[in-house]
Write a protein that binds this ligand. Sequence first.
Ligand SMILES: Cc1cc2nc3c(=O)[nH]c(=O)nc-3n(C[C@H](O)[C@H](O)[C@H](O)COP(=O)(O)O)c2cc1C
Length: 176
Amino acid sequence: MKKVMTIGGSNSKASINRKLAEYTGRLMHDVELNHIDLNDFDLPLFSIDIENESGFPKDLIRLNNEVNSSDGFVISLAEHNGAYSAAFKNAFDWLSRMESKVWRNKPMLLLSTSPGARGGQSVMEIALSRFPRNGGNIIGHTTFPSFNENFIEGEIVNPELKAKIEGLVSDLSESI
Ligand SMILES: Cc1cc2nc3c(=O)[nH]c(=O)nc-3n(C[C@H](O)[C@H](O)[C@H](O)COP(=O)(O)O)c2cc1C
């Protein structure tokens, strides 16, 4: 069975992006889901000195193995001051030191959400322009605005957003 990794680009225990990524993954059929929580990976703040002195942290190697064994990704990015959260950027930076094509050209759905009306539009733009340089094969993307109004008790309550996400899931399913 194909393996799909879901990632919330945040280290918040109650991450809305992790919720959205996992929900979106669960809409897929006949795939093995691997829900990644960045909190489960103990990565020091990236430093070239740590890399030179100690090599790659063992949890980085574990995370890289998880990425490597995935056939596709559902990533939902948190936006902090218009950019990646520090936790996601740190994991991304470390991963890029092991393999510059971090995403291995495997199909990816790229999402972002926030409590605000722009739904992480700025971090989405950053990732859309950057990920392809790191092997990102983005087959579909959307921002998900005003999370707390549009996602209630584990369900998307806005029909347009629900249809959008379902369409993206079907595109991902066909690509994997
Ligand atoms: C330091 C910081 C900066 C933030 N900057 C933004 C921002 O630029 N745009 C935005 O829409 N929300 C911003 N927020 C609110 C986040 O979207 C909100 O905390 C959201 O829950 C983050 O996603 P997460 O729950 O997956 O961590 C910021 C939050 C923090 C803590």
